[in-house]
Design a protein around this ligand. Structure first.
Ligand code: HAM
Length: 426
């Protein structure tokens, strides 16, 4: 058969190689521990959802729905989409499984891959993972504050709190936004010639998005634009004030950013992002979404949540040279084998050590004792156990002290205990 071209992974989607897992696991384990301490329970939804879920949930005018969804028709003719974000699916599950009748609030978290057909570049992938939370059935400011506090604790515990900023704003609700929208429209109206071309489109489609344009000329104009804070009604103002006071009390530093715009339509009131201090890359983001559950067909239920971008945080940990603790202790013992019988026995022996919680390394496939000792040396173990053909027949094993190179032959029976004792002695 003729060889075809070398098949590569799809653009913007990457293999997660073994050396990338320690930092990912580190982030996830820290987040999981904190979230579970605060009573969040894990949920996972399918990768595929009905396309309508995101059209209605995330919003038809958003970049995600307009340009970035992996949508297709199944062989059965259904319109489905590969999940671009986690909130709408969780809300769908909340409604579908009648979670509204459980004691409220329902606090959930997930660790899932997301798919967005964006232009891949540094930190922007087409398949990426998020750890996310959704706090459903709670309208109080204390839910927003708890969520932000937990998010901050996660960044603190992974060693990044001094390298990031918490940007926060309130975008009001359907009561305050029309007036603000009008004020923005009026403000930009006679400046449209000075802003970039995409901003002129945004002016017509979603004027709020003009506020987060990164083009220099647009940034200068937006810096003087009307601020949402002047348009919040009393209820939204009080809600936001309470969130900020809570954060101050909890010593979570924040930056008030009146121009924080989120790319998803479902947000109301509090919105926030965690940015890298140097270049304002969003590592995590979230907010309140009091209308989404209603939009997706249930009765009015308020909620809030956030999601952390795993790849971006892992990359940033590397940049900041944060030391990732080893998931497992360094091995202290290496098990070498020589000959067929020893090879067969070595798996059983390895299992005995594993069960006794002695971290052990072994090479079950190598035949040469020289190459096995080389590995043992490289690992820096204290002892190597050598099970040869003769020892396997005699019921003995050789114990080699790697520092002194002294070898002794010991009975195989009880060797786990002997090793445990010797490890304690040194
Ligand atoms: P989001 O801002 O779209 O919000 O994404 C949250 C985080 O996911 C971002 O801050 C970023 O770290 C990461 N992220 C987003 N897009 C990409 C990409 N293309 N490549 C790599 N990382 C990316 C949401 O998804 C909301 N569902 C968050 C939320 C939960 N709001 C309420 N509950």
């Amino acid at each position: 058969m003729a060889k075809g071209k070398q098949i590569q992974s799809v653009k913007g989607m990457h293999d997660i190689l073994p050396d990338q897992w320690p930092s990912r696991d580190f982030i996830f384990k820290k987040a999981k521990t904190i979230l579970e301490d605060y009573d969040f329970e894990r949920i996972e939804t399918p990768v595929l959802e009905e396309t309508e879920l995101f059209e209605r949930g995330v919003g038809e005018g958003t970049d995600i729905v307009e340009k970035e969804m992996y949508s297709f028709k199944t062989k059965g003719g259904d319109s489905v989409t590969m999940r671009p974000e986690g909130t709408a699916p969780i809300v769908r599950a909340y409604i579908e499984h009648g979670m509204k009748s459980l004691p409220q609030p329902v606090k959930l978290y997930y660790l899932s891959p997301m798919f967005r057909h964006e232009q891949p570049q540094g930190g922007r992938l087409r398949q990426f993972w998020q750890i996310g939370t959704e706090f459903l059935g709670e309208s109080s400011f204390s839910a927003d504050a708890e969520l932000i506090f937990i998010l901050w604790k996660i960044f603190e515990e992974i060693g990044l709190k001094d390298s990031v900023t918490l940007q926060i704003s309130s975008i009001g609700d359907s009561n305050c936004r029309p007036d603000y929208k009008k004020a923005l429209k009026d403000y930009y109206k006679n400046k449209l010639k000075k802003v970039c071309v995409p901003c002129r489109v945004k002016y017509k489609k979603n004027v709020f998005r003009m506020l987060d344009c990164i083009q220099q000329e647009c940034k200068e104009i937006s810096a003087k634009a009307p601020q949402i804070f002047d348009f919040l009604d009393d209820e939204c103002k009080t809600h936001f004030k309470n969130v900020l006071e809570f954060l101050e009390e909890a010593k979570v530093p924040y930056i008030l950013n009146p121009y924080l715009v989120r790319g998803l339509d479902y947000y109301t009131r509090t919105v926030f992002e965690i940015w890298t201090e140097e270049d304002n890359i969003a590592l995590a983001a979230g907010g309140r979404y009091d209308k989404l559950i209603e939009t997706l067909g249930s009765q009015k239920t308020e909620a809030a949540g956030w999601a952390i971008g795993i790849e971006r945080v892992a990359e940033f940990l590397k940049k900041k040279e944060v030391k990732i603790p080893k998931a497992k202790p360094e091995p202290k013992v290496f098990l070498a084998q020589l000959g067929d019988l020893a090879k067969k026995r070595s798996l059983i022996m390895f299992e005995q050590f594993r069960k006794a919680s002695v971290t052990l390394k072994a090479s079950f496939t190598r035949d040469s004792i020289k190459s096995q000792l080389r590995i043992a040396n490289k690992l820096g173990v204290r002892f190597t156990l050598i099970l040869g053909q003769r020892e396997a027949l005699d019921g003995t094993i050789i114990l080699r002290d790697m520092e002194s190179s002294v070898q002794e032959t010991l009975p195989l029976e009880g060797i786990v205990e002997v090793i445990k004792k010797r490890l304690k002695e040194k």
